[in-house]
Design a protein around this ligand. Structure first.
Ligand SMILES: [Zn+2]
Length: 603
């Protein structure tokens, strides 16, 4: 159970008054009505003109400026409503405002929907002509993106049929997956009494110090997944087949190609990254060998993966956490400290857990010309300090990217976690220095390694599994549960090697992973983000001061360039194996440090 170390009122809440004064501020309505009116005028002026092959650069520039302004205008009331709601979801006035903004938002969208659709209809020659015109330089990236997507659109009539029937095809099966998996209850024997647990209640036992409970949780999970294997496999087969058809019609060469297009990455980059990760799987093998020794076990089973290495954890007061974050950022660069200070001084952070408040943490950017806000539920765990650093990293990214227009403000998915993960690394290093007890140091390091494995090697293993799954469906037709179980275990076992034996219970695990069903190939972006940060951090260690301007430039670019192009201007070649190896080397260095500490501890 989480202990409250400070009374909630003593922890700061955020101040939203630079958006609106209160939930009934008349300016909210005024701004919303104005946004609707502007959107209506926008449609009236530009609908039917944007998709004309001979549209002039001037006309398109006007339209884009107008469009960008509209999106910004609409964001302010929307951001206020959702931010205010998130700190008290039980307040009906806040709920009503959120709903109102959402409804007016849909009204605005109906006026704007034509824009991207018409752009996508432009012939490639028109795109080439427009992209060459320096007048449109500031929208270059946005237009390039639209052009790359346009290649894969079908005719408007076909797109309409697909959209209108989507809710009774793939989307229906995805919904069925969610409904089936969230209704599942798990039988669990606790102190001689059989209980029915939800999935999150059950999975919490995977982290229990008692090995018997961990084993029982794994058996219960497997039993319930097996009970539902028929329907879940059916859903999977249907979605695999649908994607096969869609990829053929839309001219996507490989099962993962559409994901690469939306991530603005070349297949070759991800293939190289994957190969490098596989070559470094021995880091995982060695780590679990070490964990086995630390747990004092003869062999490690799949249910020992998350076994805790320490029971008593030191608590950190918020003021201490704040100091730690500011000083770690400041040690990296005075500029970073300057950027983070207003979050504390101007109350851009909502810190305490409160009744009715949303759980978890986030950083919400509003528009390029307005600062972001951070929400926390701070309870004093070491993890909470890392979360504070993480969200403030996002905040700094948003502030720096504020020099871009709205369409280029948010970074693409693979770059979205750069600043947050980097900030965590800075604080982790400092936290490690502050811990005096070697046992605590080792435990923290092991937690960090396990987190890294979860974002890098596990995601890469899932990515390889997904590729194999799609290929197998395309070559062999409908797949049996046993066939998929086998592919899953092989992919996962390769990551663990001889250090840990995945027993028969583990073969069903793929059945409940939502990413595989909902967003195929999403997973590799996690590995990309984490390894990128490790590689950047390695460069920082090598280059020192001279790395800083490059780093800030990278963040300031926001979503204005595709990852490969952006990183190449900073001297990083993400198509090369060495780049990704740099990241893996840092994970290995942490492993070596852990081994050293463990050797001392185990004697
Ligand atoms: Zn994040």
């Amino acid at each position: 159970m989480a202990t409250q170390i400070q009374d909630p009122p003593s922890l700061p809440s955020w101040d939203l008054s630079d958006l609106y004064s209160a939930v009934d501020d008349p300016k909210i309505d005024k701004d919303l009505q104005q946004a609707v009116e502007h959107a209506r005028k926008f449609e009236e002026t530009y609908a039917g003109k944007v998709g004309q092959a001979d549209i002039s650069s001037d006309d398109l520039l006007h339209a884009l400026d107008h469009y960008e302004r509209l999106l910004r205008e609409q964001s302010r009331p929307g951001s206020y409503a959702s931010l205010h709601y998130s700190t008290d979801t039980t307040d009906t006035a806040r709920g009503a405002l959120t709903q109102k903004v959402r409804e007016i938002g849909s009204q605005i969208s109906t006026h704007l929907i034509f824009f991207d659709l018409e752009l996508a209809q432009l012939p490639l020659e028109s795109f080439d002509r427009l992209l060459k015109d320096p007048k449109l330089a500031k929208y270059h990236h946005y237009l390039e993106q639209q052009r790359d997507l346009a290649k894969h659109y079908l005719s408007q009539a076909e797109e309409t049929i697909l959209e209108e029937t989507a809710n009774c095809r793939g989307r229906a099966f995805k919904r069925l997956f969610t409904e089936v998996t969230s209704r599942m209850k798990y039988k669990f024997n606790l102190d001689g009494e059989e209980r029915l647990l939800t999935q999150s209640e059950l999975l919490a036992y995977s982290y229990d110090p008692d090995r018997n409970l961990r084993k029982a949780a794994s058996e219960s999970l497997a039993a319930e997944l097996q009970n539902n294997a028929h329907v879940l496999t059916f859903i999977q087969n249907t979605l695999l087949h649908e994607k096969q058809i869609s990829d053929r019609l839309r001219n996507f060469e490989h099962p993962e190609s559409d994901r690469h297009v939306s991530n603005e990455l070349d297949k070759q980059v991800i293939d190289v990254m994957t190969e490098v990760c596989v070559k470094n799987f021995d880091i995982v093998h060695q780590y679990y060998d070490l964990k086995r020794r630390l747990l004092g076990l003869d062999s490690l089973a799949h249910y020992d993966r998350y076994a805790p290495l320490r029971s008593q954890k030191q608590e950190i007061e918020y003021e201490k956490a704040k100091e730690l974050v500011i000083s770690s950022f400041g040690r990296f660069s005075p500029k970073m400290q300057e950027l983070v200070e207003p979050f504390f001084d101007k109350n851009w952070i909502d810190v305490p857990p409160k009744p009715g408040k949303r759980s978890g943490a986030f950083c919400a950017g509003v528009t390029p010309d307005h600062h972001p806000y951070v929400l926390l539920n701070y309870t004093g765990k070491a993890r909470d300090v890392m979360t504070l650093a993480h969200e403030l990293g996002h905040g700094i990214h948003d502030l720096l990217a504020g020099k871009n227009h709205y369409l280029d403000y948010h970074p693409v998915l693979p770059l979205a976690e750069t600043a947050s993960t980097f900030a965590e690394t800075l604080v982790f290093e400092k936290l490690q220095e502050l811990l005096e007890n070697p046992e605590e140091q080792l435990a923290l390091l092991c937690e960090k390694l396990e987190d890294t494995f979860a974002t890098v090697f596990r995601q890469i293993s899932m990515f390889r599994f997904e590729r194999q799954l799609h290929d197998a469906r395309r070559q062999e037709g409908e797949l049996t549960t046993e066939r998929i179980n086998g592919m899953w275990q092989q992919a996962m076992q390769e990551m663990f090697g001889p250090s840990l034996e995945l027993g028969p219970d583990d073969q069903w695990t793929w059945l409940y992973i939502p990413h595989i069903v909902n967003t195929p190939f999403y997973v590799y972006a996690y590995a990309f983000g984490e390894l990128l940060v490790l590689a950047l951090y390695a460069r920082y260690r090598q280059e020192g001061e001279s790395f800083l301007p490059k780093y800030f430039e990278l963040l300031a670019a926001g979503g204005s360039q595709a990852p490969a192009k952006l990183l190449s201007t900073l001297g990083f070649d993400i198509a090369s194996a060495e780049f990704w190896q740099g990241g893996c080397d840092l994970i290995r260095a942490n492993l070596e440090k852990a081994k050293e500490l463990a050797d001392k501890q185990l004697g």
